[in-house]
Design a protein around this ligand. Structure first.
Ligand SMILES: Cc1cc2nc3c(=O)[nH]c(=O)nc-3n(C[C@H](O)[C@H](O)[C@H](O)COP(=O)(O)OP(=O)(O)OC[C@H]3O[C@@H](n4cnc5c(N)ncnc54)[C@H](O)[C@@H]3O)c2cc1C
Length: 403
């Protein structure tokens, strides 16, 4: 049995949330271990907003595409193109993006370790918490490494084991399951037939593609991500993706990878265990309802978990760990609530999906949606636009609006 290693903090999971948390802690001068099981690229559409690129200083070379138009497609196949006039949505390949963030944490001073977290020990009387990590195999048996730390950050994604083992109620969080295929981008003639544009994202609001979420086609430079998600366990995501490829005219493109993963639906009611564990990113449930956007929120969650952890390391008062959730919900709780209502109402029937796409033709709606997405804040300086949207929304709802 290898000797127990000691660090001020251990971060479990080397996705965007864990990598940012480890970087922040290391930059503040604490000893940090970043543990990731490695070997699997996170299934993800890879769309990131300008606010993320700005706040987390993402270099341009990681952006494999810059999206300047979003196309919404209704059940009737009516299309609405929303042009992004003052910026773009970045596209990243998660293999390279996550590795870049992990390297950044190492450059800041974090120790990187490859292994699978298996167990967190109960809280002890002193400042330490022990965790077990499987770091490999010897003669067919797992090699176990025990690590002790004063602070543990659980950033091990949706259905987090750290959360399940340490935070009460964490195992009751609901998820959407999402599936996508990575295809080689269509060549010139095929692209024309398919109406494929490498600078445009296509979003399908059609019941056959998803009964309660949406289907997407996101260009990624020399490849693209096409897929769908649903909460309905009986719904075949693979079949729906096949249908989506046909509708998009991309069914002849070469298949490079296919994969799926759960997306959490709601922030957990607690992110800390009242001792020395705090959660971040998907492990804490922070993916935006309606859009399924999680990378920005995961990175912010990692940063806030590190900030709360820094306060706790200095004070030894576990109440400081609550700061992570409190600060996050203050900034984004309202947007999550509104997006949750939007998904629950507009994504439920074919008629409502049709109306929803119709509403998106409205310039005020387009402006507000993109301002909010790009900058991650509800725009408060245009109260009249909000009022107009509300009136139009009600008109559509009651069926008074003209097509
Ligand atoms: C199909 C799909 C498409 C998506 N598209 C988008 C999109 O376009 N834009 C967007 O913003 N969001 C998207 N999301 C959501 C986004 O991928 C997540 O919200 C984001 O990856 C969360 O980051 P994270 O660091 O919290 O978790 P993850 O990225 O899941 O990282 C968790 C890390 O922990 C590691 N880990 C897990 N268990 C263990 C263990 N026991 N021991 C050691 N390591 C472990 C994993 O290997 C992984 O590296 C999508 C999700 C899916 C499933």
């Amino acid at each position: 049995m290898p000797e127990t290693l000691s660090y001020d903090a251990v971060v479990i999971g080397g996705g965007p949330s864990g990598a940012i948390a480890a970087e922040e802690l290391a930059l503040a001068g604490w000893s940090v271990a970043l543990i990731d099981r490695a070997g699997r690229i996170k299934p993800c559409g890879g769309a990131i907003p300008p606010r993320l690129i700005r706040d987390f200083k993402i270099p341009d070379h990681l952006l494999v595409a810059k999206i300047r138009c979003a196309r919404m497609i209704a059940p009737s196949r009516q299309k609405v193109d929303i042009h992004i006039d003052n910026g773009f949505v970045g596209m990243v390949n998660r293999g390279e993006f996550d590795e870049y963030l992990r390297q950044r944490a190492v450059s800041a001073g974090a120790t990187r370790m490859t292994g699978q977290f298996s167990r967190i020990h109960p809280p002890e009387a002193g400042p330490w918490r022990r965790i077990d990590v499987e770091t490999g195999q010897e003669r067919g048996l797992p090699v176990q490494q025990t690590i002790r730390a004063k602070l543990v950050i659980g950033a091990d994604g949706a259905r987090s084991q750290v959360a399940k083992q340490s935070v009460p109620g964490a195992d009751r969080g609901k998820t959407v399951f999402a599936y996508h295929e990575i295809l080689r981008r269509p060549q010139a003639q095929q692209a024309q037939q398919a109406d494929y544009d490498p600078d445009r994202c296509d979003v399908y609001y059609q019941g056959e593609i998803s009964p309660d979420f949406y289907g997407w086609m996101f260009p990624h430079g020399d490849c693209l991500s096409i897929g769908t998600g649903s909460m309905d366990k009986g719904f075949s995501l693979r079949h729906a993706t096949g249908l989506l490829k046909q509708r998009a005219g991309l069914d002849q493109c070469e298949l490079l990878r296919k994969e799926g993963a759960p997306i959490p639906l709601k922030p957990l009611p607690r992110w800390d265990d009242g001792h020395n564990v705090v959660l971040a990113g998907d492990a804490s449930g922070v993916v935006a309802p309606a859009s399924g956007e999680g990378i920005y929120y995961a990175m912010l969650g990692g940063q806030l978990a590190a900030k709360a952890g820094l306060a706790f390391l200095k004070s030894a008062d576990s109440r400081d760990l609550r700061l992570a959730r409190k600060t996050f919900m203050k900034a984004h709780g309202r947007i999550f609530f509104i997006l949750g209502l939007l998904q629950r109402f507009w994504y439920q029937t074919e008629k409502r999906r049709e109306q929803f796409v119709k509403i998106c033709r409205d310039k005020d709606v387009q402006q507000l949606t993109f301002d909010t997405y790009m900058n991650k804040a509800l725009v408060r300086h245009r109260p009249m636009a909000h009022l107009r949207i509300l009136i139009k929304d009600i008109a559509h709802l009651l069926g008074f609006a003209r097509a």
